[in-house]
Design a protein around this ligand. Structure first.
Ligand code: NAD
Length: 505
């Protein structure tokens, strides 16, 4: 057992002895790589107490100084991104280039937050009424909690904490217990960047830690990302305790291909977006809707490409797709392959038969890893479990649609509404789709439409609970509350009692 991962509270690793711990496995080998402490209520309380104690001073720190710390963090993250990517690869299993991509998208949010002075400026009117000025302040909330999933251990926390910190809040992050080390690495970089102790804390663990964060009276807001049932639970409980909550949930993302689309481009996009990170992305394309008559040809081109994908350990430069996160998750995904066949879908490519790069090729003994190659189903219908469930693995389902209208109807009837894409060369059809589809993020000839950092990220329907999307302007809105001030500098000649409701004259 090589490593021990523990909490980061008030600027230092926690030195207590945990009552409960979990094991971490390298998904490429299946070997135990570390143990991680699981927080009890007491450790969560300690982290929140540190965040609450640090809040008054951090909140009072000038924007100029806060931004300086953000720039320092940005420099450290940028120059040491490879180190963070290696940590992600070792615990999550995704390939190194993909882990670098994740860090780059998190870095974008840090860079956005460096411009915070522009974003927190309030409005001012000079003469709302005679001699009366009105202006608005944006103030931080206090300690906020960020609870994140396993699939983006660096990027998802970075969707939130740069903006939370820039706006003057203090933070407690509860990363996924499956790949916890990225959060600790980032905590240490914040300290190097000059962030005062207690402003950024990390607690590890499971439901015990989450439940305590939801009920703790000093936690003022919760940003959550994970599966839909837990997102709903976090939203309902967090709001019941009077907190501001944004809870991003699961997805089933459809990519529509119209008959006029460039089929090679569409096949490339479907393979990239379906199997990147082994399908463990909330923006992965998991359903391809082929509008007649191109289905057969599109399926053939996708299957040809899948056969050439290199599956192997994330640390090997030749690998294009890594393993799944745990043995249990791999087995669950495999069970959908049998369910799909039983339900009558056509298993065009069976990922169980896909070769995994051996030690000879990759330098890693992959025999115990959690592998499943890319899988393709055709003739899938909307009643089948492989369609209704979020599989969160390298399984792409093709549904045939007779028309654009039928494709749209399918998407709008789906309970999820995270991302979607349309492939076409018809601008009119694309414009219609953009207007009519009930999904929060839309790609037009772009399969994974994750918005840039100065817009905001979020789905609709069962993919997001709450009304604020992540990062961008909505992130600033979420982490601040506005205060409207109406002022008059008194002139004795304006005295006198008036019991009427104030009117502007
Ligand atoms: P998960 O819901 O199992 O876990 C997310 C977080 O919740 C973790 O920190 C975990 O410790 C905690 N948690 C788990 N069970 C809990 C419980 N019973 N009570 C309280 N807390 C609990 O999700 P995951 O498997 O880590 O991540 C994959 C899911 O996240 C997928 O559904 C994926 O679509 C979703 N996701 C969504 C987005 C988005 O932006 N909408 C982004 C990334 C991932």
């Amino acid at each position: 057992m090589s490593k021990h991962v523990t909490h980061w509270i008030d600027g230092a690793p926690w030195s207590g002895a945990a009552e409960r711990r979990g094991e971490l496995h390298d998904p490429a080998t299946g070997l135990i790589s570390a143990v991680v402490d699981y927080a009890s209520v007491r450790e969560v309380d300690d982290a929140v107490a540190a965040a609450a104690a640090a809040f008054p001073q951090w909140r009072a720190t000038s924007l100029a100084k806060r931004v300086q710390v953000l720039f320092n963090f940005r420099e450290l993250l940028n120059s040491r991104r490879d180190e963070l990517a290696s940590i992600i690869v070792s615990e999550h299993g995704k390939v190194h280039s993909d882990a670098l991509g994740e860090v780059a998208r998190g870095l974008e949010v840090v860079e956005f937050a460096c411009g915070i002075p522009h974003l927190v400026k309030g409005g001012f009117v000079e003469a709302a009424s005679t001699g009366v000025e009105v202006y608005e302040l944006r103030q931080p909330l206090g300690p906020v909690a960020i609870i994140s999933p396993f699939n983006f251990p660096a990027m998802v926390p970075m969707w939130f904490f740069p903006i939370a910190l820039a706006t003057g809040n203090t933070v407690v992050v509860k990363p996924s217990e499956k790949d916890p080390s990225a959060a600790n690495w980032m905590a240490a970089r914040w300290q190097e960047a000059g962030l005062p102790d207690g402003v950024f804390n990390v607690v590890h663990g499971d439901k015990v830690a989450v439940d305590r964060l939801l009920e703790h009276p000093d936690v003022k807001a919760v940003s959550f990302v994970g599966s839909t049932p837990i997102a709903r639970y976090v939203y309902e409980n967090g709001t019941r305790y009077g907190k501001r909550v944004q809870a991003l949930g699961g997805a089933k993302n459809h990519m529509v291909v119209l008959p006029d689309a460039d089929l090679d481009l569409a096949a490339d996009a479907a393979v990239s977006a379906g199997f990147g990170a082994a399908g463990e992305r909330c923006m992965a394309v998991s359903v391809l809707v082929a509008v007649d008559p191109i289905g057969d040809e599109l399926v053939r081109r996708i299957a040809d490409r899948m056969a050439k994908l290199r599956v192997g350990p994330g640390c090997a430069p030749s690998s294009e797709m890594g393993p799944l996160i745990t043995a249990a998750h791999r087995d669950k995904v495999v069970s959908y392959l049998d369910a799909g066949v039983k339900a009558g879908a056509r298993l065009v490519v069976d990922g169980r038969g896909h070769p995994v790069d051996s030690e000879e090729h990759s330098g890693v003994d992959t025999t115990g890893g959690y592998w499943l190659g890319p899988t393709l189903f055709d003739q899938v219908t909307s009643e089948m479990e492989i369609y209704t469930d979020e599989i969160f693995g390298p399984v792409l389902s093709v549904v045939r649609a007779a028309s654009y209208d039928q494709a749209l109807e399918l998407i709008n009837a789906n309970p999820y509404g995270n991302g979607t894409a349309i492939f076409t060369n018809d601008g009119g059809a694309a414009a219609r789709f953009r207007n009519e589809v009930e999904v929060g993020m839309v790609g037009i000839n772009v399969p994974i439409p994750v918005p840039v950092a100065y817009f905001s990220f979020g789905g609709w329907k069962a993919s997001l609970f709450g009304d604020s999307h992540a990062y961008g302007p909505q992130g600033v809105h979420f982490y601040t509350r506005t205060k409207a001030v109406t002022q008059r500098w008194l002139d004795p000649s304006h005295g006198g009692i008036n019991l009427g409701f104030p009117q502007n004259v």
